[in-house]
Design a protein around this ligand. Structure first.
Ligand code: T4K
Length: 372
């Protein structure tokens, strides 16, 4: 089989027509209002409240700073229970706040935090749980809420992968005290870089606005030591344009995943996340598991070999966060499920612009490699 002529990456940004971007830039130039919560910013906040079906929403310049400021706003202290199977931003947001991450293993069936083990990890120092809806697959939000209520803990969801995901017909951003969405260029909805927090407590609105804007309350009043985490007008304008493309992007990705599943479904070594019935998915990623026991070609070999065909898959999330030196392991605990998933996971190329023919070819190459 011949390699692809051009590289096939795990994703490509969902881009509006350049003519529409020019129009937006012209509008912004004419207004001479470039940042500090201008018209584009206000408009995007309103549009997203509606699209995500949430009560309150605040925009930020990226998801990581949003998460970091959420911890600050909720006044978290001591220990926070989280997952080792995530992007470093989850844990970095805790460490930046001088909080101690306490790691909890994950489920084999959805790669999310293992609820049954959370309670064993709660101590007098625990102030919150920070679960991640990994790959846009919702955690068991009801059980997490129950544990949090019984133990007076806050819940901040890392919903970076979850734009447009619904659980029981409700936007996923309605659960917990706060949820963070990432609007990075690699996400189905993006503002190039960007993010948002969603929440139900109206009092948080002012705190988030202060935290992201130096703590400025008025021209002569700074009320807390905030930072600069504002989304600028160009970012917001790109968001307004990209938002119009999201539904179509989700539909296309769903179709491509159906093809991947049809083509790879018969291979014994490969398994997938199964879909939950009460969830509307966004198909942000297409992760597969490659069982290293049924072929000489394990995940790492497939990942390397795919590069020879100009296919650039990604091992999200390998290594585990707990394997990085800078992450302090509070206990010598091991995470057997997370270790297993992390050693077998491979996220395959998935984006609306990817053609069905190319998905078929990628699946055929993987099939060929696994039969070696
Ligand atoms: N929590 C979780 C669970 C997250 O996954 C993330 C971010 C965050 C929090 C933090 O949210 P942000 O602060 O980012 O808003 C990428 C993204 O940069 C990152 O946002 C994302 N998660 C993570 C899972 O993936 P990298 O280092 O893998 O990205 P990179 O630059 O290797 O890009 C991947 C591929 O995408 C490239 O091979 C090609 C394509 N690409 C990328 C960019 C940036 C393009 O075609 N064009 C582009 O402009 O982290």
């Amino acid at each position: 089989m011949l390699p692809f002529k051009k590289p096939i990456y795990i994703t490509r940004p969902n881009l509006p027509p350049i003519s529409k971007v020019y129009d937006k830039i012209k509008e912004i130039w004419e207004s001479k209002w470039l940042t500090n919560m201008g018209a584009q910013h206000k408009n995007l906040e309103l549009k997203l409240l509606n699209f995500l079906d949430v009560k309150y929403l605040t925009l930020f310049c990226n998801g990581t700073l949003a998460l970091q400021l959420a911890c600050q706003a909720l006044g978290l202290t001591g220990e926070v229970i989280t997952t080792p199977f995530t992007f470093s931003a989850t844990v970095n947001s805790l460490l930046q706040n001088k909080l101690t991450p306490i790691f909890c293993d994950i489920n084999l069936y959805d790669f999310n935090i293992k609820i049954d083990e959370i309670e064993d990890l709660i101590t007098s120092k625990t102030s919150a749980i920070m679960p991640v809806h990994v790959f846009g697959n919702p955690c068991d939000v009801e059980k997490i809420e129950k544990i949090a209520q019984e133990n007076s803990l806050k819940v901040i969801y890392d919903a970076a992968h979850c734009f447009g995901v619904e659980y029981n017909n409700r936007g996923i951003g309605n659960f917990g005290d706060v949820s963070m969405f990432s609007f990075h260029a690699t996400k189905i909805f993006h503002t190039i870089e960007g993010g948002a927090l969603t929440y139900n407590d109206p009092d948080l609105k002012e705190t988030f606005n202060l935290l992201k804007n130096f703590g400025i309350k008025s021209e002569e009043e700074i009320v807390l030591p905030g930072t600069n985490a504002k989304m600028n007008e160009l970012q917001a304008a790109i968001g307004l344009l990209t938002l119009k493309l999201v539904d179509n992007e989700i539909e296309k990705r769903k179709r491509l995943i159906t093809i991947y599943r049809e083509k790879l479904g018969k291979i014994k070594c490969i398994s997938y996340l199964s879909e939950k019935k009460n969830v509307k998915y966004n198909y942000q990623y297409f992760p597969i598991l490659i069982d290293d026991k049924c072929s000489v070609m394990n995940r790492d070999k497939i990942y390397e070999k795919l590069k020879d065909y100009n296919i650039f898959s990604r091992k999200y999330f390998y290594p585990l966060i707990t394997d990085y030196k800078f992450v302090r392991k509070e206990t010598k605990k091991s995470f057997p499920n997370a270790e297993k998933i992390s050693s077998q996971i491979l996220c395959l190329p998935l984006y609306g612009e990817l053609s069905e023919e190319n998905v078929i070819k990628i699946a055929e190459i993987i099939t060929f490699l696994l039969k070696k």
